[in-house]
Design a protein. Sequence first.
Length: 283
Amino acid sequence: MTVAVVVTMAVSLSLFGLGLLTSMEVDLVKGRWYDKIEISVFLCIKTTTGGMCEDGKGATDAQRDAIQAALQGNPEVAQVFYESKEAAFEEFQRVFKDSPILGSRTADEMQDSFRVKLINPENYQGVVSEASGLQGVQNVQDLQSLFEPLFKWLNGLQWATIGMSVLLLLAAGLQIANTIRMAAFTRRREIGIMRLVGASNLYILLPFLLESLVAGLIGVLVSGITVAAGYLFIIERNAKTSIRTLPWIDWTHVTTAILAMAAVGIALAIIPTLLATRKYLRI
């Protein structure tokens, strides 16, 4: 039973630690990508259709000024940058300098645009809705809609890992309580004698508490080694060198996760023991 408790705690705490590390990684990725998220408001030119464009007409100076004023007046907007057709054409030439499509565009065929930096990138829908209804706007592109499916998948993975770990932690707690209850039942005569000679509750409880604590600490140690080894071989030696564009958790995050695992493991060893031995302390 003790071995089963140790194994269950080690597996559940390992999953709990992995869930915490996954949560930390998701927060890092969100923080890095949210800082880069912008809304691009593309203005009409003579060849564009759709949006708030008039056929064969580009955005006028008055419309451009009105769009800029509306964006700057929105309380969700932090900064507004204007990119002219010439600047867009220079960027096009830089990106496609070795491509055969380089000569397919001229500066007049490029769209000037406003790049909008938000105070809170999660509150992008109101800005997109307002910008889409302004005269002279052909299209509004928000990077949030591109990243949102990825963030949902990462959040789902995070909560699935934590959910599985919580179920296993519950199973470990029940197993610890059952093990201590069986141990107390087999020693109920000795406990009764100790009560008769005036032994305190703490004196009676201490052997059971130490037994569960030792099992819990072994589980914490095994799970800590598992999480640290997983980080070393999967993240440190592989992911960080293969995917350099993403921010990655470091040993500080691993240490935080292991400390949290230790706190949960100790609580998981103490609380079920106190609950399981209440009956026998009243003998």
